[in-house]
Design a protein around this ligand. Structure first.
Ligand code: BDR
Ligand code: CA
Length: 305
């Protein structure tokens, strides 16, 4: 199984992503680190631990990271995730406490101790923790095979401003550090995630599977659809963060191209926008499309297992 660290800000779609990752026998999730994003840090940290408890994976430690972005003022996204950050589930205080130390310290410790290219790091929130770790200890790059990031938008346009996607808008300076770091990243962005939506029949197929977990995932997707519909005129919720795990498990379901990626950090209407230029020897993979039906078949097979 591939060793994995997941950095996230649950977040309804982060929660679905965690259910997929923790269900897969092909992935070995060694740590979950949390960051302020969709909701403040104490809630993203609680929500990550809630998900571990709900799916009986309290063996995976959860480390809390940065409570705010590097430079800009914090922004949250309760409109899409609920006040608790985990719309669809009743919040509770998990039995398992947060692990220590600070997530950034933990990332550095694990990655410095790793064999070259040992870890894949999935990032589904603002990039603050990863940027801080790379600034404090650039040598951690050696331990990372690839970053698999949910963030950014090119042809699709933004979801928080006309140009910017939430995770990069919430901490563009962190994004700039990470994309410039030389660590290769696969970037699952709105161009692709807006083509993979939780249509009602797809949620129904998940709900119809036996067991508790499919019912929990269906509740999350229903709640996300209800919140999304208030804003996007009837569109179903995109599978933003789950696309990272689908990409890891089944890269052939996706298409993309080699690119160089930068982030607009100057104030103005393009603040937080990702700028993408195709470049054969570019460090990153900009993912542009997916087989949406096969994606949902994969989600079903994971949640049914
Ligand atoms: C991203 O922003 C968050 O609201 C979601 O959890 C996802 O990571 C989509 O733009
Ligand atoms: Ca997220």
């Amino acid at each position: 199984a591939r060793p994995l660290i997941i950095d996230c800000d649950p977040g309804v779609d982060d929660a679905v992503m965690l259910m997929m990752a923790l269900a897969s026998p092909a992935l070995d999730v060694r740590a979950i680190t949390t960051v302020a994003g969709n909701v403040p840090l104490h809630l993203t940290s609680r929500n990550a631990r809630m998900m571990c408890q709900i799916i009986d994976r309290t063996d995976v430690p959860v480390f809390a990271g940065c409570p705010r972005p590097i430079l800009r003022a914090p922004v949250t996204a309760e409109d899409f995730h609920g006040e608790s950050g985990i719309a669809g589930l009743d919040p509770f205080e998990p039995d398992t406490p947060l692990a220590r130390p600070h997530a950034v310290t933990q990332l550095i410790d694990m990655l410095q101790a790793a064999a070259p290219g040992e870890y894949t790091v999935v990032v589904t929130g603002p990039l603050t923790n990863i940027a801080a770790a790379l600034v404090m200890a650039p040598d951690i790059a050696r331990g990372i095979a690839q970053l698999v990031i949910m963030g950014g938008a090119d042809t699709a346009g933004g979801n928080i401003t006309p140009h910017a996607e939430f995770n990069l808008f919430a901490d563009p300076h962190a994004g700039a550090v990470v994309f410039d770091s030389g660590v290769p990243a696969a970037v699952l962005n709105l161009d692709v995630t807006h083509t993979v939506r939780a249509e009602p029949e797809r949620v129904a197929a998940i709900r119809a599977l036996p067991g508790e977990r499919p019912a929990i995932m269906a509740k999350l997707l229903d709640a996300a659809n209800t919140l999304e519909a208030r804003w996007k005129g009837g569109q179903m919720t995109p599978m933003h963060d789950p696309s990272t795990i689908a990409y890891m498990l089944a890269p052939d379901l996706f298409a993309g191209y080699a690119a160089r990626v930068s982030v607009v950090t100057e104030p103005g209407d393009r603040f937080g926008k990702t700028q993408v230029s195709a470049q054969a020897d570019g460090p990153h993979t900009w993912v542009t499309s997916a087989d949406a039906d096969a994606f949902f078949a994969l989600v079903e097979s994971l949640v049914a297992s």
